[in-house]
Design a protein around this ligand. Structure first.
Ligand code: FAD
Length: 400
């Protein structure tokens, strides 16, 4: 148990009112600097002080076993599985496992509040972090806001509210900063429910992505890069549109992803107690990674709402990843007919299950390694965690 004395130093700190950020262009807008916890930003910001290994040991009571191939890729864990809700929540990103766990935790009074992110009235993709105290408020936060979201901006409210038991839902950069200030929050119990995250964008960047990629950017209500190598867009009228990854206009989209996401190596949310994603599971299923006892405790709450199956792995990603490295660098875009054909072939013979997750991790880590090397060479050694260095070292990268 931790406590914060009234004279805690951070309370004398002032949240930043301007848009200048200590991490400068690498800021992922996690929200910490919008609060007086900015006092700890130098130590806690994922982009100023990468410390995943230390925080893993603190959060999960042991270090990631780098010689275990699954831990190297997916982080410290007790179990992994594929799962889906037998009765999916309408409008959730996948089947709504994240929202269901959060609702159970409130209903059973395990926590007094849940940090999650709704959207503003005017814009379905503009994030609006809140502390949810009712199931209705949690349901209103379902579905991804595929934009940088200042979830930690509500941390001052948590302390002011006097809450002692809290669930935080968030992506890797938010959770790294949260873990670093965890002891200062005055909580008795903190549960962390994470999702993987990659290639996030600002709201303006999202608009550019939608306009470059979808046939009807203004009616998109939901999208996901899925395991069948296609982006699936859902529109207001319920129709679905798919665009093969290989048909994306890479040359126009190169600068769309936030510099923080181009420098991120915490795709799998290493510090959450439980991670709910999709990329290690067969198409249509979600992928669960239980990192510690607290994560198992959360999963147990919804077991009776889930259908599950063991994780599987099929195919070999390595040649596809190696080929993607120069293709991305050169901004190669295939004509749509060729992209669709390639999509059909790769869906048949390409990597599946955990191998698909490794494909995605390898492609992003090699790309991000080159980005950091080219743009922030002085950060290369300290910013890239050992597990990511080992993953990247499996591939031949361009010299410069
Ligand atoms: P729901 O029940 O719909 O709940 C979604 C929860 O996500 C809500 O509680 C909400 O508070 C929270 N949330 C929404 N937007 C944000 C945000 N911007 N920041 C923080 N929290 C947010 N999974 C993979 O396996 N591979 C990926 O490459 C991948 N990329 C992702 C990229 C982004 C930007 C995000 C936000 C998520 C990504 N995920 C990825 C996770 C995946 O898309 C689903 O969010 C996850 O499987 C949970 O689905 P669900 O139906 O259980 O969630």
């Amino acid at each position: 148990m931790t406590s914060v004395t009234p004279e805690a130093k951070h309370k004398k700190a002032k949240a930043l009112k301007s848009s200048r950020r200590p991490a400068k262009e690498l800021c992922s807008e996690c929200g910490l600097c919008d609060t007086y916890y900015i006092h700890y930003v130098k130590e806690s910001c994922a982009f100023l002080n990468q410390q995943i290994a230390e925080l893993e040991t603190r959060s999960h009571t042991r270090a990631r076993d780098l010689d275990n191939p699954d831990e190297l890729y997916f982080g410290v864990h007790q179990t992994m599985m594929a799962a889906r809700k037998t009765e999916p929540i309408p409008g959730a990103q996948w089947t709504g496992i994240v929202s269901s766990i959060a609702i159970e935790m409130l209903n059973r009074k395990l926590v007094e509040g849940v940090v999650c992110v709704q959207n503003t009235k005017e814009d379905r993709f503009q994030p609006m972090p809140i502390i949810a105290r009712t199931p209705e408020e949690i349901l209103a936060a379902r579905v991804n806001k595929p934009t940088l979201s200042p979830n930690l901006s509500i941390l001052e409210q948590v302390e002011q509210s006097g809450m002692k038991r809290l669930l935080v839902i968030g992506v890797g950069c938010q959770i790294q900063a949260l873990r670093a200030v965890e002891k200062q929050l005055g909580l008795e119990k903190l549960y962390v429910l994470g999702t993987p995250c990659v290639d996030n964008v600002t709201r303006a960047g999202l608009q550019k992505f939608l306009e470059t990629t979808s046939r009807s950017p203004d009616t998109v209500v939901h999208y996901e890069f899925m395991q069948d190598f296609r982006v699936h867009f859902k529109h207001e009228d319920g129709s679905e549109e798919t665009v093969p990854f290989f048909g994306l206009k890479t040359n126009q989209l190169k600068d769309v992803f936030a510099p923080s996401c181009m420098s991120c190596f915490d795709y799998v949310n290493s510090l959450a107690d439980l991670v709910v994603g999709y990329m290690g599971a067969p198409f249509g299923w979600q992928w669960l990674v239980v990192r510690n006892d607290r994560g198992q405790e959360m999963l147990d709450l919804v077991q009776d709402q889930l259908e599950t199956q063991p994780v599987m792995s099929k195919g070999d990603r390595t040649a596809a990843v190696q080929q993607s490295i120069p293709a991305y660098d050169k901004g190669v875009t295939l004509p749509m007919w060729a992209a669709k054909l390639m999509g059909v072939v790769i869906e048949k013979i390409g990597p599946k299950g955990l191998e698909y997750a490794r494909f995605s991790i390898d492609s992003h880590f090699t790309r991000n390694y080159l980005y950091v090397k080219r743009h922030y060479p002085e950060k290369l050694a300290a910013h890239i965690p050992e597990f990511a260095k080992r993953i990247v070292n499996q591939y031949k990268l361009p010299e410069s």
